[in-house]
Design a protein around this ligand. Structure first.
Ligand code: NAD
Ligand code: NA
Length: 397
């Protein structure tokens, strides 16, 4: 079929298999161009099909020749209906890994469930024995709790008395408007922590350790975000921020539990980037479009793959303990948070309107990245050509 983007709100309902493949190949080529990494050899990536998780998997496999197991939750294709992009990304990744002689298997299902954990652990035990790196990169709006059966939904709201009001942009139309968000109640805060906090990460690590599947010196890393003052009320000091506080605290708990095997648990604070997860957060797209403009002008812009390659080579696998901030977090958002970058973005923020944004912001860059997530607007792909939507993931278990 001929596949075109079909937009609905923050999401695109279609995905292009060839474009997703090209996106994965570009990331692989980037990692290879940076040379070999003396990194992990057997890696589990939870949330492996898009964004930071996919980039972590690519960096492990093509930087460090690692065998990888990927867990994700993606929609398979049906005749006449495309799969979700993470499906096509994973198919492309596995085909490239196979060609390179690298072990790669995947599990498509709900990572929060006992069933998917069990299946993943059985696979690791059978095929790999022990793993030396676990990446935790889930971004989900909901979590069915495996013990209570309660379905928790997260919200993106401020906390406290005050209604949050600030600017936001519809990145499809370029229209800048004010949005107001009413603060969350206690239950919404708890639910958001249940979805995006650290409980599930700890469950994964407990399960892996109790079955003896973690190698001596194994590391685990989960991803967090801090960001600027303009998004603070709705992000870091809002409901999602509470969940990130919980995730970051969980790193210390897991770290203690891994002491006897010399294991380490880290949180890495990553840069703001266009992903399916971040496009849905109010205010963030306007911030990202200004940030991209400033960072590109300064020659320090990075995408997910550049971030993860730098995380591995300059933080995690340097031969010595990674430098962390006063809260024990690895910071790979260091360039985003540079004061010259933040000061500039802050000034532009005040100036941003429908009229000024095309000049002061990088909306075309935002839109392109957004389309690229779904395999559209990729250089080198012929979108007039018929493609088969029924792509299989070779190592799906
Ligand atoms: P993403 O939407 O690109 O990736 C989410 C991944 O989780 C996908 O592989 C998806 O299949 C998987 N997933 C979702 N629900 C699942 C479930 N129930 N079971 C199994 N897999 C499931 O998101 P991302 O932006 O790469 O986010 C990953 C992490 O990085 C998150 O913790 C996020 O907060 C963090 N982070 C994101 C940004 C950003 O700007 N995008 C910045 C810093 C940190
Ligand atoms: Na991810």
């Amino acid at each position: 079929m001929i596949i075109e983007p079909r937009m609905r709100g923050f999401i695109c309902l279609t995905a292009h298999p060839k474009g997703c493949e090209q996106n994965v190949i570009n990331q692989i080529n980037y990692v290879k161009s940076k040379g070999p990494i003396d990194g992990p050899k057997k890696v589990l990536v939870i949330g492996a099909s898009t964004g930071f998780g996919l980039a972590s998997r690519i960096t492990s496999a093509f930087g460090s020749d690692a065998a990888t197991v990927g867990v994700f939750f993606e929609k398979p294709p049906a005749p006449g209906k495309t799969a979700s992009p993470g499906w096509y990304n994973s198919a492309a990744f596995e085909n490239q890994a196979l060609k390179a002689g690298l072990y790669a298997k995947s599990i498509n299902g709900d990572a929060f469930s006992d069933e998917v954990k069990q299946k993943t652990l059985d696979l690791i035990e059978k095929d790999l024995g022990q793993i030396d790196l676990v990446i935790y990169s889930l971004a989900s709006p909901k979590r069915m709790h495996p013990k209570t059966g309660v379905l928790h939904s997260s919200v993106l709201k401020p906390i406290g008395e005050d209604i949050f009001t600030n600017k936001t942009v519809d990145f499809h139309t370029g229209v800048v408007s004010e949005i107001s968000i009413v603060p969350a109640n206690e239950e919404e805060i708890e639910n958001t922590i249940a979805v995006m906090g650290g409980e599930d990460w700890e469950m994964w690590m407990d399960a892996l350790k109790s079955r003896g599947l973690l190698a001596t010196g194994a590391k685990t890393v989960a991803y967090s975000y801090i960001g600027p003052s303009v998004t603070e009320a709705v992000y870091r000091k809002g409901t999602i921020g509470r969940a990130k506080d919980h995730l970051e605290a969980t790193a210390f708990t897991i770290n203690d539990k891994l002491k006897d095997i010399d294991g380490r648990a880290f949180v890495s604070v990553n840069k703001a980037l266009v992903t399916q997860a971040s496009s849905a957060i109010p205010v963030i797209p306007l911030y990202i479009s200004l940030l991209y403009k400033v960072m590109k002008e300064k020659g320090i812009h990075e995408g997910c793959i550049e971030q993860m390659e730098r995380l591995f080579t300059e933080r995690l696998y340097t031969g010595h303990e990674p430098k962390t901030d006063e809260q024990g977090r690895i910071r790979i958002d260091d360039w985003e948070m540079r004061s010259d970058v933040q000061d500039k973005v802050f000034t532009l923020w005040a100036e941003a309107t429908d009229e000024t944004l095309p000049l002061i912001g990088d909306l075309p860059g935002y839109k392109k990245d957004f389309l690229n997530l779904f395999g559209f607007d990729m250089a080198g792909v012929d979108y007039q050509k018929e493609v088969d939507e029924m792509v299989e993931i070779p190592g799906l278990v």
